[in-house]
Design a protein around this ligand. Structure first.
Ligand code: NAD
Length: 493
């Protein structure tokens, strides 16, 4: 048996164990065996990390010229490119996600740091056209302070980059809390932060449970903003926690993203797009296109093709370059998927393929691509976020019905439309209540494309030009240019 590796947290530029001595074991989803341990941060550790970030903020970081901060961001980008393969390997072992995807992603994430490095010195203030004589009023963008970045287990390098890069560019300092389900990648990333030469305390990476670690961080009185990505239940705790320190909150939550296929769609393209949307990353993506509405004329023909394609998906080791779907991240996820499928079948859902855990391994949490026909989208698999490779399929007759069905869900993160009719694509993309719409494509990201949802999928966009401003506050400064004394001090001017 291979040796269990031990990782440390990164606080104030030092590698430390938890003050309590407690550890979290992390499993390799492929083997269901513990492969590493990380410290379980206590309230004391959280306090140390936040205070280190506060000291770094008050030290030189917030006052450094943006161009200087940009150099550090570019250093991080270089480190990511150089170490993409290593980081990819670690993330694959810890999460079960495919190595071939993750290693490319680790290198692409470098683009986010370059993008915000480029933006760092382009955020300008204003001169306000003020309605008072002899007054000049300016607004400037100032950093917020210590940011708590709470990261889920999936896509963690991306979800860290969209918080960390704009936060650092604008002069904030950061405490990153990794997920207890797959904490090692971010500790390895902290080594790259160290190599990139950032001053101590500017970025701290801690590992711990939701409680006490996450709670202590999100209620800490020195934390000024919480940038959270995760599930809606945790988000409710986060918002309550923020009442303690009155910090600003951004929420990137789950989804149950609808995809619609019209009679006139290019079916070959749609087959690939729909497959990418729900079966890539074994459906463990917040934007997974997990509700599919097919127009009645092509319903049977297209569904048969989709089932055939899904049945051909190759499950296997996430390190194997031929594997198309690896294991799920945790046993809890597998059980939740099985529970929802069972309830859906009891209520009339028809399994067209998959539906039962795979026998390819007795150890990993393998679940095959699953397609379920549902009479209506109120059945459990069609309504709930499953975070797995389960597609619920419904039939519709016309455009109006499709729009109503797409919008009839608590979430509003992503959506997909397949049609060759440009007018229809424009009408439906305008009407769908989601933060992201993919037309004749799916599952793309870019540093310049804002990402985020509406409704129960959260608020506050990440990536793109605008999101850098979410890491600033506006300061208003009044300059009095008059030589005369101020007027009556007891009336407001
Ligand atoms: P999760 O909500 O269980 O955990 C997310 C993070 O919150 C973890 O670091 C966890 O330790 C922390 N946490 C838990 N309780 C806390 C508390 N009381 N206070 C502070 N922090 C606490 O999510 P997960 O299972 O790791 O990830 C899956 C979820 O994330 C899915 O719902 C998915 O849709 C969502 N997600 C959303 C996006 C997006 O950008 N919208 C991207 C990826 C994942």
């Amino acid at each position: 048996m291979s040796e269990i590796k031990n990782f440390k947290m990164y606080i104030n530029g030092e590698w430390v164990e938890s003050s309590s001595g407690k550890k979290i074991e992390t499993l390799n989803p492929e083997t269901n065996k513990v492969w590493a341990t990380v410290p379980e941060a206590s309230e004391v550790d959280v306090d140390k990390a936040v205070k280190a970030a506060q000291d770094a903020f008050n030290g030189s970081w917030s006052n450094l010229h943006p161009k200087e901060r940009a150099k550090f961001l570019r250093n991080i980008a270089d480190q990511l490119r150089t170490n993409a393969e290593h980081l990819g390997k670690i993330e694959t072992i810890d999460t079960g996600k495919l190595f071939k995807e993750i290693k490319t992603q680790a290198s692409y994430i470098a683009e986010y740091y370059d993008y915000y490095a480029g933006l760092a010195d382009k955020v300008e203030g204003t001169v306000v056209p003020i309605d008072k004589p002899n007054m000049q009023v300016t607004t400037t963008r100032i950093p917020i302070g210590v940011i708590a970045a709470i990261i889920p287990w999936n896509s963690q390098m991306l979800l860290t980059a969209v918080k960390l890069a704009p936060a650092l560019a604008m002069g904030n300092t950061v405490v990153i809390k990794a997920s207890e389900l797959a904490p090692v990648t971010l500790l390895e990333f902290a080594k790259l932060i160290e190599s990139a030469g950032l001053p101590k305390g500017v970025v701290n990476v801690i590992t711990g449970l939701g409680e006490p670690c996450g709670k202590a961080l999100t209620t800490h009185d020195l934390v000024e903003k919480i940038a959270f990505t995760g599930g809606p239940e945790t988000a409710r705790h986060i918002v309550k926690n923020s009442a303690e320190n009155l910090s600003q909150v951004s929420l990137e939550l789950g989804g149950k993203s609808p995809v619609v296929l019209f009679n006139d769609a290019d079916q070959e393209n749609a087959l690939n797009g729909i497959t990418a949307g729900i079966f890539a990353a074994s459906g463990q993506s917040c934007i997974a296109g997990s509700r599919l509405y097919i127009q009645s004329k092509i319903y049977n023909e297209f569904l048969d093709k989709l089932v055939k394609k899904a049945e051909g998906i190759k499950l296997g080791s996430p390190m194997d370059p031929d594997t198309q779907m690896g294991p799920l991240n945790s046993f809890k996820q597998l059980e939740n998927i099985e529970k929802n499928i069972k309830a859906t079948v009891e209520q009339g859902g028809k399994i067209r393929c998959g539906g039962k855990r795979s026998s390819i391994s007795n150890e990993g949490y393998y679940f095959p691509a699953t397609i379920i026909e549902c009479e209506n989208h109120n059945l459990p698999t069609a309504e709930n976020e499953l975070f797995g490779p389960v597609l619920s399929v419904m039939k519709f007759e016309n455009e109006e019905e499709a729009i109503n069905q797409m919008n009839d869900n608590q979430y509003g993160l992503s959506s997909g439309i397949y049609t060759t009719n440009l007018g229809r694509a424009m009408r439906v993309s305008k009407a769908v209540r989601a933060g992201i719409v993919f037309v004749n494509t799916y599952r793309l990201i870019s540093p310049s494309a804002p990402f985020g949802g509406i409704k129960d999928s959260g608020y506050g966009k990440e990536a793109g030009i605008e999101s850098i401003k979410e890491y600033t506050r506006i300061k208003t400064t009044w300059f009095n240019s008059s030589e005369d004394p101020m007027d009556d001090p007891f009336t407001m001017g």
